[in-house]
Design a binder for this molecule. Structure first.
Ligand SMILES: C[S@@+](CC[C@H](N)C(=O)[O-])C[C@H]1O[C@@H](n2cnc3c(N)ncnc32)[C@H](O)[C@@H]1O
Length: 267
């Protein structure tokens, strides 16, 4: 693997939607059930990507205003097109240097992002800086060390073959005890955590495999293999998947950890 592909890049909003956006909305729904935020808040979605969770947020939380920020310009462009009628403000930027004044929003969220932030503590501190007194500061993240990532089994199979896959810089930040410590460590109060299990059904193996081939971590690695090698690997994967005998559908589970706290004061 070269230095150029050692990082996971998100540069195609439509592919991202099939690979991860569908998963994010599944978790995001359950996350909002748990978070139960008040309506009418000013929100900032940090690492909004292609707007998958932002759309759920707008549909469910009746926000006064929504800002979304992501370093990937193509993802932000996709989010802009997706949320064109929703008056969302979408911009390029980094979680570790939020381009917002202090105490300017009511609620901040990092959906499936904290493990991509090189310095998670700084990212959380930035959310606290931008939150008004009493602001809700929250996140959800795949349980990467605990095998909760939706494509964990597939990645493990590739690694067992000696394939070096690109990985996010801060996987440990998704541990529930690390999230708890990060939130408490920056002075947030009323800190609570939650575990969310979700299941996604792919129409059939082709649907699953096409999605995998589009994955930013796995797809480029498989593209380097000979077609016969890919076909053999696909057959191995298929044999291990829980295929519904009646209609060929494949249902896969995943687990995320969620955390929330409040900026002190204001209530
Ligand atoms: C798995 S995607 C999640 C996107 C979206 N929140 C969702 O739930 O679908 C991770 C996102 O984190 C973004 N990201 C990576 N590094 C970041 C950073 N330092 N600050 C903010 N976002 C970052 C990526 O560009 C990508 O869009």
């Amino acid at each position: 693997m070269t230095a150029a592909d050692a990082q996971i890049r998100f540069d195609d909003g439509a592919r991202y939607e099939r690979y991860m956006g569908i998963w994010s909305r599944l978790v995001g729904d359950r996350f909002l059930d748990w978070l139960a935020p008040a309506p009418g808040l000013d929100w900032l979605d940090v690492g909004c990507g292609n707007g998958a969770f932002t759309q759920t947020l707008i549909a469910r939380c009746a926000p006064a205003q929504v800002y979304g920020l992501d370093p990937s310009v193509p993802q932000v462009a996709h989010a802009r097109a997706r949320l064109a009628g929703d008056a969302a403000h979408l911009l390029a930027g980094d979680a570790m240097a939020l381009p917002f004044p202090p105490a300017s929003v009511d609620a901040l969220v990092m959906p499936l992002v904290i493990f991509f932030v090189p310095d998670p503590e700084r990212g959380v501190a930035e959310m606290v800086r931008v939150g008004r007194p009493g602001a809700l500061v929250s996140a959800y993240a795949w349980d990467l060390p605990g095998g909760g990532f939706p494509y964990h089994a597939l990645q493990a199979r590739l690694r067992a073959r000696g394939v070096v896959l690109p990985a996010p810089p801060s996987p440990d930040a998704s541990r529930v005890e690390v999230l708890q410590a990060l939130w408490a460590g920056v002075g947030l109060c009323e800190v609570r955590t939650h575990s969310i299990e979700v299941r996604r059904t792919f129409a059939d193996f082709d649907d699953y495999w096409q999605t995998v081939l589009e994955a930013p971590s796995i797809g480029p690695q498989l593209a380097r293999w000979q077609p016969a090698q890919v076909a053999q690997f696909a057959a191995e994967v298929r044999a291990e998947l829980p295929v519904d005998g009646a209609n060929g559908a494949i249902t896969v589970g995943a687990r995320a950890h969620a955390v929330a706290g409040r900026v002190p004061g204001g209530r």
